[in-house]
Design a protein around this ligand. Structure first.
Ligand code: UDX
Ligand code: ADP
Length: 479
């Protein structure tokens, strides 16, 4: 095929996604659902994950996902491990592989680890026999598209590749809603004739269900950077309100009231101002550190320090939560049994990546407390985390001397029985409707409740007899 073939001359509706994770799977399911005439294939190196996508128990828990997958799978949505075949057969290739924080060498702990992404680029080059539009879906450092182009064009052959950046802004737990009704879709391209043509192909796919005015286009570097900056801004709001929560606890101000007052200013807005135990999830910390590393690379140390502060406050907030627990419970947690209500990093997901609950559980275990973990969706991942502790040999650090150190209990009321304290880690709505009078009676007295999400009715719990410690409000105690 001629190197200058115009994609507009082609049907260009055969779509591949490399990477069947939290982003690739749901995104492709929605594209297939919204575009029944497109054929969408999702491939992954992880055969177990692919077979889960082909089963009744999907590997990702997301409200509404089952129905979308069920409607399209086998019709125009396919999950496979045949990466080479997928590359050959499709014209539009989304790359949605993981780009975790580097754990080794230069930039360890900060920079994005691009090895999976680069391997994918090389695979595309190896197997492509016809022109491809290659779309960065994974969150990447700005200028990665340049490296992608250099790898893809390194063979100097006939096959033409156009690289686009189309960052995904979906949030877990609301992925299907976000994909079906996005605030915006961002498509960045080279501003050459070929780049603009490739951009139009992708615009036309989204325009099947997204109003044109919400489809933004930009140069490719702006698109790459906008994703990092969006996450940095969102995380910054949480760190701002969490920093204020510490001050509220000292001054008898109420952080919820402050957030409401501040958020009613139309310039600030009310969303993302819930003080919490700290933000988690696979994106915020990783993306901010990535941004910090980028700034340092360009010699912008003051800018880097500014953004680094957002992560520092998040660490402070998590640590503060544990220290508050310890201070409240007579400065000793050894041998105490504490139920963690929720292990997912937020409600409506089973994902535990960077969950503040992991931080809290590990700190509690290090203080030789016992933890009882309950969560409606995240117990499988919690068990993997616990197994990881044992594999790392860290288990011995957490010896308590008596009984199991970590227990998993599905029923939250049963999880609390025999505990000295409850700590809400995740804002699952089900925790609001529990029979706390009964729960209180099954706990060791004095019973403590630490609400890391400010979701429970603190006055009522106090009236029942709990010593209640919210975030950003004075505690309600019986001492
Ligand atoms: C985030 C971005 O929202 C999304 O646009 C991007 O594509 C990926 O990263 P996600 O990590 O799925 O999405 O969840 P999000 O809803 O942003 O929550 C992140 C963390 O912040 C969670 O731990 C959540 O509990 C916490 N959070 C959120 C707060 O503590 N307070 C808030 O007001 C909002
Ligand atoms: P995200 O949250 O960004 O979707 P995940 O870790 O959930 O990230 O998913 C990324 C997926 O990419 C994983 O299922 C992983 O197996 C897959 N993956 C990584 N490298 C490759 C590769 N070279 N080819 C195909 N799939 C890959």
């Amino acid at each position: 095929m001629d190197k200058n073939t115009d994609f507009n001359d082609m049907t260009a509706r055969k779509i591949l996604c490399i990477g069947a994770g939290y982003v690739g799977g749901p995104t492709m399911a929605v594209i297939a659902h919204q575009c029944p005439d497109c054929r969408v294939t999702v491939v992954d190196v992880n055969a177990e994950r692919i077979s889960a996508w082909n089963s009744e128990t999907l590997p990702v828990y997301e409200p509404g996902l089952d129905a979308v997958v069920r409607a399209a799978r086998g019709r125009n949505l396919f999950f496979s491990t045949d990466i080479a075949g997928g590359i050959r057969a499709n014209d539009i290739i989304f790359v949605s592989v993981n780009t975790p924080t580097k754990t080794f060498g230069a930039g360890a702990g900060m920079a994005a680890d691009l090895q999976y992404w680069e391997k994918t680029a090389r695979e595309i080059l190896e197997y492509a026999e016809s022109p491809k539009i290659v779309i960065e879906k994974s969150t990447l450092p700005v200028k990665t598209a340049l490296a992608m182009e250099r790898i893809l064009n390194s063979r100097g052959g006939d096959v033409r590749f156009d690289v686009l950046s189309n960052p995904e802004f979906l949030a877990e737990g609301t992925a299907i809603r976000d994909l079906e009704n996005p605030d915006r879709v961002l498509i960045g391209s080279r501003e050459t004739a070929a780049g603009l043509a490739a951009r139009r192909v992708l615009e036309d796919i989204y325009a099947r269900w997204v109003p044109r005015e919400r489809i933004l286009t930009s140069n490719i570097w702006s698109a790459e950077l906008s994703k990092l900056v969006s996450n940095a801004f969102l995380a910054q709001r949480i760190s701002s309100i969490n920093a204020v929560s510490a001050l509220c606890e000292k001054t008898e101000a109420n952080v919820t009231e402050v957030a409401r007052a501040v958020g009613m200013d139309g310039r600030i807005g009310p969303k993302f101002l819930n003080a919490s135990i700290g933000f988690g999830g696979s994106c915020f910390k990783k993306d901010i550190l990535n941004l910090v590393y980028l700034c340092r690379t360009y010699g912008l140390d003051d800018v880097a320090a500014y953004w680094e502060g957002v992560v520092a406050i998040n660490e402070y907030q998590k640590e503060r939560f544990v220290l508050n627990m310890m201070a409240a419970m007579f400065n000793s947690l050894a041998g105490k049994r504490i139920a963690l209500y929720g292990f997912a990093f937020k409600a409506d997901t089973g994902d535990t990546r960077e969950s503040p609950a992991i931080f809290v559980a590990e700190r509690l275990l290090a203080e030789r407390a016992e933890v009882v973990i309950t969560d409606p969706q995240a117990l499988p991942n919690a068990r993997i985390w616990a197994q990881g502790l044992t594999d790392r040999g860290a288990g011995s650090l957490f010896e308590t001397g008596a009984g199991p150190k970590i227990a998993f209990v599905e029923d939250p009321a049963a999880a609390a029985a025999g505990c000295h304290a409850l700590a809400v880690m995740t804002e699952w709505p089900l925790y609001r409707g529990l029979d706390y009078e009964r729960i209180f009676r099954t706990m060791i007295q004095p019973a403590f409740l630490f609400d890391g999400r400010n979701v429970l009715d603190h006055e009522r719990l106090h009236a029942i007899g709990f010593n209640v410690y919210p975030i950003g409000r004075p505690p309600l105690t019986h001492f």
